[in-house]
Design a protein around this ligand. Structure first.
Ligand code: NAG
Ligand code: NAG
Ligand code: NAG
Ligand code: NAG
Ligand code: NAG
Ligand code: NAG
Ligand code: NAG
Ligand code: NAG
Length: 566
């Protein structure tokens, strides 16, 4: 009691006496943390756990979105907080507070994926190794990433997911962090991918004061169009017994042909398509030929008769490919959503393998049914462009991060790093390019160049947020990436510097004004940080591209340079 009382008194005059506070407040217990809640807050400290060095922590299987625990954590205080957001809704957040001597004086927040609800202890654990006080919110519900059923008839929970839980968690977590250490926070950061990327951009747009630096990967920023496009892409390949249907067994055949035609077009045949938009793909080479039936075949013959019919496509299937590789455009050239990029085929099973569920991916259908139409029995065959128009009218949960005027963030001195894999099969890469161009048009017109505070990096060969095709270098310690390589991995082992670690790059830019002219991506053999590095290559700020200089080992970053093509 005495300690808590001392703390309460001193925090009242906190600015002047940080040393005393650091000694009195740093107690990792529920009663101590409860005392640190700001006056008038109706939040509740749910759980406080001191985690020893090399300790394990997480939500376990009950955290449906992040069921795997962190291991080998630094010593820290793990805090879970519940915050009411309306009469009948609330959200939780987790906060990892390293020991005062380990704290780097900074705060960072992580994001979520899909419609998932759960505290991202995984990215928090990663970030705690750098010394951050790290936070993540469950966005107001518990669910796996593809499950939107929690949103049914629940506009309050939709708003929590859309923007409210993140901002509310950031605000309170920062207050707790300051009180816990008895010091102000020197810099605040954000790092998230997918829905996490959307959450980051939403913060930049709605709450520009929250973060000094934001790292947004593969952002699901255009919710009303992205989720409906997900239905549309599934419909391209339905019904499963239609002549248009491309079975998943043909995806590798299509991929091989795309690489055959496009790989070398960027100047080097290396299994990496650096410029899919520069490739003029001719899918008709995949057409099943009309060779006569084999001499010993018996009638009736069913075309196609190809030398190997499991390695070719029919005309109707080529038409489906045409839809997949072209933007979704409605009447009067109204642009709705960009297309999946050439080179994304290895991840097509997510949106295009309709054979299993006989339906488009639930990231589309579950959103339309639960967020938009409040009709759990909605039939995707009723989908039309009017569904998109209705979505734009309602904008459920205000989730769209589509305010392209980033003036307030620019004016407060914020830095934004944005990246997207060019082989992303879940969120069309073009949606990030579109976002960047919209911001560019908006800000240039107001006399603000982007290069000083907003840079965007395409990642050749990278899939959704992590992993790659054909050993393309994809690892740069972006959101979700370290945990992908192991539950105790952080930064880029062996290359823990701002040239290779995009979070360190963001910090160098924010704190020392050292702008990232490139980020070197790494590929570890077997994606194991214990194995040797097999390839490194610079990622270049859009619209420049990495080009092989013509000399030296192609797998060394030094053999490449960022070149302006326009
Ligand atoms: C860390 O914990 C693991 C078990 O999670 C244990 O095997 C290992 O020996 C520990 N290392 C140290 C340095 O304590
Ligand atoms: C995960 O961590 C939680 C909290 O520390 C613990 O209760 C649970 O037993 C752990 N689960 C596993 C599988 O380690
Ligand atoms: C307390 O919770 C309610 C929702 O029930 C919210 O509207 C209100 O703003 C909260 N008060 C504070 C001080 O956070
Ligand atoms: C939440 O409360 C509001 C009124 O306060 C009500 O309109 C709404 O239906 C409630 N939502 C749920 C999911 O109970
Ligand atoms: C037919 O094509 C498939 C897919 O490319 C391949 O796996 C298979 O070996 C081919 N069969 C023959 C007989 O060439
Ligand atoms: C397309 O444009 C024409 C000419 O401006 C307009 O009359 C028509 O209503 C538009 N159609 C749609 C569906 O927007
Ligand atoms: C599908 O659309 C038709 C016509 O617009 C409508 O009558 C029907 O109720 C819809 N069915 C579902 C399941 O939404
Ligand atoms: C990668 O994994 C394969 C299969 O497990 C193994 O044979 C190979 O030695 C590994 N390579 C490295 C560099 O660790």
């Amino acid at each position: 009691m005495y300690r808590q009382f001392v703390h309460a008194c001193i925090s009242y005059i906190s600015i002047g006496v940080p040393v005393i506070l650091a000694e009195t407040s740093n107690t990792c217990s529920k009663s101590s943390l409860s005392q640190l809640l700001p006056g008038g807050s109706n939040a509740t400290i749910i759980e406080v756990t001191p985690v020893p060095a090399n300790g394990t922590f997480g939500g376990g299987p009950a955290d449906l979105e992040f069921p795997t625990n962190d291991t080998k954590l630094p010593a820290l205080c793990a805090v879970t907080v519940n915050v009411p957001s309306s009469e009948n809704s609330s959200f939780n957040f987790g906060l990892f507070l390293p020991q005062a001597t380990d704290w780097n004086g900074r705060f960072i927040s992580s994001g979520n994926g899909g419609f998932g609800g759960g505290i991202n202890w995984n990215d928090m654990g990663t970030n705690s190794h750098y010394g951050f006080a790290s936070m993540s919110t469950d966005t107001g519900h518990i669910s796996s990433t593809g499950d939107g059923s929690w949103a049914l008839n629940d506009p309050q929970s939709q708003a929590d997911w859309g923007y409210r839980a993140m901002h509310g968690s950031v605000s309170l977590a920062k207050e707790l962090t300051k009180s816990y250490y008895g010091k102000s926070i020197s810099y605040s950061y954000y790092s998230g991918c997918s829905t996490g990327g959307r959450q980051g951009l939403k913060e930049v747009q709605m709450f520009p004061e929250d973060f000094d630096g934001v790292l947004a990967g593969a952002p699901a920023w255009w919710t009303t169009h992205l989720q409906t496009w997900t239905v549309k892409v599934g419909l391209y390949n339905l019904p499963n017994n239609g002549a248009n249907h491309i079975p998943a067994s043909l995806f590798p055949v299509i991929s091989a042909e795309v690489f055959r035609q496009c790989d070398a077009q960027d100047g080097l045949a290396d299994g990496i398509i650096s410029d899919p938009y520069g490739c003029d793909f001719y899918p008709e080479t995949l057409l099943c030929d009309q060779s006569p039936p084999p001499a010993n075949a018996t009638a009736p013959y069913s075309p196609p008769y190809d030398a190997n019919s499991s390695a070719c496509l029919t005309g109707p299937q080529i038409n489906t490919l045409y839809h997949i590789y072209n933007d979704w455009v409605e009447t009067n050239q109204t642009f709705v959503f960009p297309h999946l990029a050439l080179g994304s085929e290895a991840q097509w099973s997510v949106l295009l393998d309709t054979s299993v569920t006989n339906s488009p991916n639930s990231l589309g259908t579950s959103w339309v049914a639960n967020f938009l139409l409040s009709d759990p029995n909605w039939n995707y065959n009723n989908f039309s462009y009017s569904t998109v128009q209705l979505a734009d009218q309602i904008n459920p949960g205000m989730a769209n991060a589509d305010d392209f005027d980033l003036t307030p963030f620019y004016k407060r001195g914020g830095k934004l790093l944005h990246y997207h894999g060019l082989s992303d099969g879940l969120i069309a890469t073009g949606s990030s390019i579109y976002f960047y161009k919209q911001v560019l048009k908006t800000m240039i017109a107001k006399g603000m160049n982007l290069d000083d505070w907003y840079r965007f990096f395409l990642v050749p060969g990278m899939q959704h947020c992590a992993n790659s095709v054909n050993d393309a270098p994809w690892y740069f310690a972006g959101a979700n990436q370290p945990f992908e390589l192991g539950s105790s991995v952080y930064s880029v082992p062996g290359f823990s510097d701002p040239k290779h670690d995009i979070l360190l790059a963001l910090m160098a830019w924010t704190e020392e004004d050292r702008a990232p002219d490139s980020i070197i991506a790494t590929k570890f053999a077997n994606d194991s940080v214990e194995a040797p590095v097999i390839r490194q290559r610079p990622l270049c700020p859009f619209p420049t591209q990495a080009r092989y200089v013509g000399l030296g080992n192609e797998d060394d970053a030094e053999s490449w340079e960022c070149r302006a093509l326009y």
